[in-house]
Design a protein around this ligand. Structure first.
Ligand code: GTP
Length: 332
């Protein structure tokens, strides 16, 4: 089966981290996010992946080699300017004659995608969406359905308290190839704002909630949460060999002082944590440094970022190479 993965957005909500890499390449438990997604797709019969790229397209070369080494066919479609989530699908080239997956490249899930395909086939839908039930749907696309799963409407980001259901679009779809005929060539089009409402109006769009783990890593808070969930085991991945409430993963060449207090943290290759320092509920990208006696909590440190000795950070996001509490220059 084929899967198209949308990875061409600017990831503006995750700036400054996405100034230097596309959002789907940020690591979750020290493995690039999109690799978790490709691994899930492969477990559900996908053998052919197209990466729908635009922003920093060349950065996906490593993912392509990684997936090819695992026996997947991989192609990369490039949009000169982002064409939107539907326009990008149209730009993918030949999608064949069978149903295929379309997946947002910022979704971390262990959803039973095979069941989604079964439901799609049984309903004879033109497209079928995965839904997720959430506490506050106001930041998402809300999707009311009838008892058979037929989508009744598509409401993007409703005012708080006005949503007719708590079921949101989880960014994972099955499409029939003829859906592409509804997407004009060469102009931007949003799946959420244009394509899905049109399919729903024709009664050919279906959706179902499967209740598995799901998070969208699109904001600093949810990106950090995705990493914490991988560490705790709420999201199961072999990237965390011993999950648990205080689990830590540390990449190759990281130097962690024996008396440093490190808990619920993902540390990339070559990170350094000095004596007496605290690192709790954090993601440190490769080469980040926390000096002796510093405290870093609920924070994300970019590649090569530096936290000076004695400095205390909470809820911070440092860009690549950023320096915090450093009196020798570039202090914050
Ligand atoms: P924000 O700017 O923070 O909203 O992020 P985004 O636009 O990168 O992501 P959004 O959550 O809006 O989109 C969901 C997924 O679709 C992400 O994986 C994006 O990379 C991807 N995406 C969004 N727009 C495009 C586009 O125009 N072309 C392609 N190829 N992918 C897109």
């Amino acid at each position: 089966m084929k899967a198209l993965i949308l990875v061409g957005g600017f990831g503006t909500r995750l700036r400054p981290l996405t100034y230097t890499r596309p959002k789907p390449l940020l690591p979750v438990a020290n493995r690039s996010h999109v690799e978790h997604l490709i691994a899930l797709l492969a477990r559900h019969g996908v053998d052919d992946v197209t990466l729908l790229t635009s922003y920093m397209a060349e950065a996906f070369a490593g993912v392509r080699s990684w997936a090819e080494a695992r026996g997947l066919r991989v192609s990369v479609a490039v949009e000169d300017e982002p064409l939107g989530t539907a326009g990008a699908v149209r730009n993918a080239g030949d999608v064949g004659t069978e149903p295929f997956f379309v997946v947002n490249g910022d979704v971390l899930t262990d959803a039973d995608l095979s069941r989604l395909v079964d439901l799609h086939r049984r309903a004879r839908a033109r497209a079928t969406l995965l839904l997720k039930r959430v506490g506050d749907p106001s930041a998402y696309g809300v999707v009311p359905t009838d008892p058979e799963g037929r989508v009744l409407g598509f409401i993007e980001k409703p005012e708080p308290g006005t949503a007719p259901t708590d079921a949101i679009n989880a960014g994972v779809y099955v499409f029939e190839p003829d859906v592409l005929e509804r997407i004009p060539e060469g102009r931007a089009m949003s799946a959420e704002r244009e394509l899905f409402p049109a399919l729903a109006a024709d009664g050919v769009l279906y959706a179902t909630a499967l209740g598995d783990y799901w998070i969208d890593i699109g904001t600093p808070a949810t990106y950090l949460q995705a990493n914490l969930d991988a560490l705790s085991g709420a999201f199961r991945t072999d990237a965390v060999p011993a999950p648990g409430p205080d689990a830590v993963v540390a990449g190759e060449g990281s130097l962690l002082a024996p008396d440093a207090r490190i808990s619920s943290a993902c540390l990339g290759a070559g990170c350094r944590v000095g004596p007496g320092a605290e690192v709790t509920r954090c993601v440190l990208l490769p080469g980040a440094t926390v000096e002796a006696g510093a405290s870093v909590v609920d924070s994300i440190l970019g590649e090569g970022a530096f936290v000076a000795g004695g400095c205390a950070l909470s809820g911070a996001v440092l860009a690549d190479g950023d320096r915090a509490g450093d009196r020798s220059g570039g202090s914050r």
